[in-house]
Design a binder for this molecule. Structure first.
Ligand code: MG
Length: 397
């Protein structure tokens, strides 16, 4: 897929929500709507940049908010700019923030925080194939055309009617062309597809989602909170095992902690057997094979690498799939040295790497009573079990 960028026009005032805050700044289960809308895209590998266009008067508030909630690697993809008076001026301003090598653009409403990975990918794939595609769902209610006096004039055939949502995706040149043409003709549209249509550009439908709510009324916030809770019901479990040989002349690193010992573990990376077992458990839960497939020991990039960095990359994959750590339980099989004094530091390292609290990462160490290769001190082994839960986005990176 060509490199993709996202423009989020965030100029809404939220008059229908009541209260003084623009609706995109309102919290949804503790995280501002705008932050959630951005995160859905920032988490995806295929999305290079997300440009948010806010009114000049909200620039500071928006950037403070986004900075507070986004992780460093999410922030690195974010551009904030001031938008125009209309949606299309804001979209144009956002587009200017995307580097020229971005060929596919998604435009997304700031007030649709529940957009998910599958929906984003469907829009991108369809736009790549057809030039332009928007998320939409079939109309399900019977529609009436009503006169100004309140009487029904006609029942509208709904069979060919769809409700447009966002994301709306298009090849960048097509979107730029449509915006320019709308500008020349003084045309305003409530979405990008209407501008593309007016410019004679064909737009396809990608299957939208009824959960992809646009937060407009206070009751939408309550429904959105329920949908987020549903996401947490998704669970996946994974197991990981690893063993490395103890040799002279290597550092002993376990759970990211360097431990004083006359031997260390042999391996291509830092040979942190504990972190490796945890990574394998995470990849196992995702159905993503194993550590060797993602970080091959034939790759010079991983020579001597701190395995906590590999954990970080693995967690980005977990995150991209919409999951977060529930808890992990790790057992280390080690005859010598004594590990008890180091367990607290290991838990802290791995919890940080997994974006959770140390209470959710249990680590225990056992000898094998001098039996087997660990018992003879030939090596150290580790098992890990993890439970992943659907992320409700309480995560801040
Ligand atoms: Mg290993």
């Amino acid at each position: 897929m060509p490199p993709a960028g996202v423009v989020i026009p965030a100029g809404g005032t939220g008059s229908r929500m009541g209260g003084g805050l623009p609706k995109q700044f309102l919290p949804l289960k503790g995280i501002p709507i705008l932050v959630r809308s951005c995160q859905a895209f920032l988490d995806l590998d295929c999305i290079r940049y997300v440009a948010v266009a806010v009114p000049a008067g909200q620039y500071q508030q928006a950037s403070d908010l986004l900075q507070r909630y986004l992780s460093a690697w999410q922030s690195a993809k974010l551009r904030i700019t001031t938008g125009g008076a209309t949606r299309q001026e804001s979209v144009a301003a956002g587009l200017c923030q995307l580097p020229p090598d971005i060929e596919l653009v998604l435009v997304h409403d700031a007030a649709r925080p529940l957009v998910d990975r599958e929906l984003i990918l469907r829009c991108l794939q369809s736009a790549e194939q057809h030039g332009a595609a928007i998320a939409a769902v079939p109309v399900r209610d019977t529609l009436k055309r009503v006169s100004a006096s309140g009487g029904i004039e006609a029942t509208v055939d709904r069979r060919a009617l769809w409700q447009a949502q966002t994301p709306q995706a298009a090849r960048r040149d097509l979107l730029e062309q449509a915006l320019a043409k709308a500008g020349e003709q003084g045309l305003t549209g409530t979405d990008e597809a209407s501008l593309l249509e007016a410019a004679g550009i064909a737009v396809s439908i990608a299957e939208g989602s009824r959960r992809n709510l646009k937060i407009t009324y206070p009751e939408d916030l309550r429904a959105a909170a329920l949908f987020l809770e549903e996401r947490q019901d998704k669970m996946k479990i994974g197991h990981g095992f690893d063993a490395h040989r103890l040799v002279a002349g290597r550092k002993l690193i376990l759970g990211g902690v360097q431990i004083d010992f006359d031997l260390g573990l042999a391996g291509h990376s830092d040979a942190d057997v504990v972190t490796h077992a945890l990574i394998d458990a995470l990849l196992g839960a995702l159905g993503e094979g194993d550590i060797g497939r993602h970080f091959p020991d034939s790759d010079p990039r991983y020579k001597g690498i701190n395995s906590l960095l590999l954990l970080e990359q693995t967690m980005r994959l977990v995150r991209e799939r919409g999951f977060a750590i529930g808890n992990a339980d790790i057992s280390i099989l080690c005859q010598r040295p004594k590990l008890a004094p180091h367990i607290t530091a290991m838990r802290a390292n791995l919890a940080r790497g997994c974006h959770t609290v140390p209470e959710e990462i249990n680590i225990k160490a056992t000898t094998t009573e001098q039996m087997g290769y660990t018992g003879r001190g030939e090596g150290i082994a580790a098992h890990a079990v993890v439970l992943l839960k659907g992320a409700d986005d309480g995560y801040t990176g």
